[in-house]
Structure formats: structure tokens, C-alpha cells
Design a protein around this ligand. Sequence first.
Ligand code: FAD
Length: 376
Amino acid sequence: VIDDVVVGAGIVGLAHATALAKRGRQVLVVESSPRAEGASIRNFGMVWPIGQPEGVLHQTAMTSRCIWEELAHQSGIPLEPCGSLHLAYHEDELQVLTEYAASQLPSVRRVLAPAEVLLHAPFAVENGLLGGLYSLTEACVEPRTTLWELPPFLSRSMGVEFRFCTTAWRWESGTLHTDTGTFSARRCWVCSGRDARALFPDALPHNQLMPCKLQMMRTAPMQQRIGPMLAAGSTLRHYGCFARCPSLSAVRKRFAEEHPAFDRWGIHVMVSQHASGELTIGDSHEYGDAVSPFDRPEIDALILEYLRSFFNPPELQIAERWHGIYLKHGERPYVTAEPTDDCMVINALGGAGMTLSFGLAEAVVSRALGENDAEL
Ligand SMILES: Cc1cc2nc3c(=O)[nH]c(=O)nc-3n(C[C@H](O)[C@H](O)[C@H](O)COP(=O)(O)OP(=O)(O)OC[C@H]3O[C@@H](n4cnc5c(N)ncnc54)[C@H](O)[C@@H]3O)c2cc1C
């Protein structure tokens, strides 16, 4: 009998496997695909603490950031500590950034004047630029290579076992039943992403969980580096960290008038660059079970048009397009459930799984193993 079996080799499953194996436990991960293919390989690879509201969530994101750094250092998986820049082209946007920065340590996050922005971000559009919020805490990974290289690294360095092409059906009395056989373990950790109904269908509050579909694009490799990951006014409407800024309502109102399709399709635009040079660009947010499985070219066109208003690289040739789907709770940043004494379900990290997973896994594991009784 091993100590732990983890269902799902997305970032949430890998983070829990890491937290458990670090404690000297014997861990098996089962994954239904030949390699992870869910939300975790379809994202920007942004480790984005700035997006989290101050307090526990921001702290969880910063813990994740440290664990990412440790893992990158030990495994050789590239992690770019490039930081982030939110660019302002309207007075109301600059006002939000200034209000936000007032509560931050200036050595970590501060508003830069246009000339300084351009020193950090050589491809930021200069025309109309009023300033930018520069933050040092964000980092970028390439999600595909990271998710595919972490399993062999965890096997080599911590003895974690992986069974791919193995779908879990049921956890009962210390046994995980799968389509390739049964596995006995002391505990089960279910990190199944959007397929949350397969195991313990009643464990999660499904009436409060919504799938969200996001359209994404990627360019061919670009030789030059873009500097920090970039966002602009549209993103201020998206992340909880800006919610307390009094001027945000003016930004929201202007976007609703100037870009009604942005609210319709949940568009806000960001760009990251991976170690190999490709730019990942997105995204949109369509909520609900009835969302089309097919992508909408008009959404991609809107994203690219807005991107060009703040980012002007020598070339912007789209090489790939795809969409990803995650689960999101109406009010909570993630959901955990304990359907039996020996099983935890962890899901619905929404758009912040790359940012929160490692820190959350530390908190979930240490509480479940009785190391502390902190609330999740
Ligand atoms: C387009 C997009 C962009 C995003 N950008 C970012 C970003 O830049 N930064 C950030 O922090 N977050 C981002 N996110 C959010 C982040 O990607 C998700 O929160 C995270 O990937 C969710 O991870 P997961 O492990 O829960 O799900 P998944 O990655 O979907 O993994 C679940 C895994 O479980 C497996 N599985 C399911 N059921 C079973 C079963 N019964 N048996 C065996 N295996 C099973 C599945 O095959 C899958 O591999 C983005 C998401 C999307 C879609």
C-alpha cells in the first residue's frame, strides 16, 4: 500500500504530488491522457501574484512563486522572472494604477513614467502612453514543456510514480479503481480539472461551478525579448486586486461604451513570452455549459486589434490558435471537499491555477495531514 494516489497530472495534481513527495511520502499519479492536455498546458504560463487580492490569496501566490523557483532551479525547466507591466493609455487607467500602487512597496511595484516604461518594454506603443505599473513578482513558464517535463523530474528526484492512459473511476475503502487496474493507497487526492463529475459527483457544489472557455493564440518564435509580460487597461477590469481602486468604475464604464464586445465575450488582453521566444496572446471568457466547442474568429480579431493598441513588435504572425476550459466557482477562488476521511477533492482554481497551485497544495496537504488546522 502506497501513501497517496493523485488523480490528474494537470498543475493541481502535480502540485499536490510535489507537496506530498517532499514530505517523504510514496506517491502515484494517474492521468487519463498519454500526457497532460487540459487547462494546464493551454494557458499563458503566467505566475501572476499581482492579480491576487492582498491577504491570504496573495500570500498563497507568493508561496507558489517560491516553489516554482525552487523546482525550476532543481529541474532546469525554464522560469523567466520577467515581472509584469500594466500599461495606461487613458487618464482613468493611470489613475487606477496610481491608486493601486499607493498601497504597495515601491521597491516591488510602482508606476513608471512613459520613458522608463519603454526602457523595460521596448515594444510598448509609445503614442499616447501615460505610464505603466511595473511589478517584479510575476514569472513566466512555458506551460507545455513544463507540464510534460515535471513528471519525469518528480520521478527522478522524489520517486513519484506516474501511470498515464489510466482513468480513475472510483475511490473506495483505500482502493482506486481504474480502467487499467486497482491501486491501494492510504489517501486519494482528486485533481481532475473540468472532468469534476467523474469521481465523487456529489462532492463539489456543481450548481455554483461554471466552465469557462478562453480563446488563445501563439506566434512563431520572436528573436527579441519583449521584457515583462504585458497587459493594459482591459485587464484592470479582470483581476480582483484592482477592485478596491475608486477609479476602476470609470474604466469599466468607458470600456462598456467604447468596446461593448469586450464585455460580451469577456475579453481582456495580455501577452507573455517563453524562453524559446514565442508569444502567447489571449484571451476571452465565455461562461456556461452551452458554450460552443468551436472558436470564434471575431474574438481573435478583437484580441489582436486591442493588442496592437499597446504592443508593436516587429512581427505578429499567429502560428497556433486553441481554446482552454477551466472550472470556476461563482464566489470562491477554488474549491476543496473531503467526501471521505481519506480523500480530498481540489478543483476550480479558475484563471489562477498556475499562480496558486503550489501554494494551495502546501496548505491543503499540511492541513489534511494534521500539521496545522489553518482554514482553507
Ligand atoms: C486559456 C487559459 C489561460 C490561462 N492562463 C493562466 C495563467 O497564465 N496563469 C494562471 O495562473 N492560470 C491560468 N489559467 C488557469 C489554469 O490553467 C488552470 O487553473 C489550471 O490549469 C487548472 O489545473 P487542473 O490541474 O485543475 O486542471 P487540468 O490541467 O485540466 O488537469 C486535470 C487533469 O486531470 C485528468 N483527469 C480528469 N479526470 C480524470 C480521471 N478520472 N482519471 C485520470 N485522470 C483524470 C485530465 O486528463 C487532466 O489532465 C488559464 C487557463 C486557461 C484555460
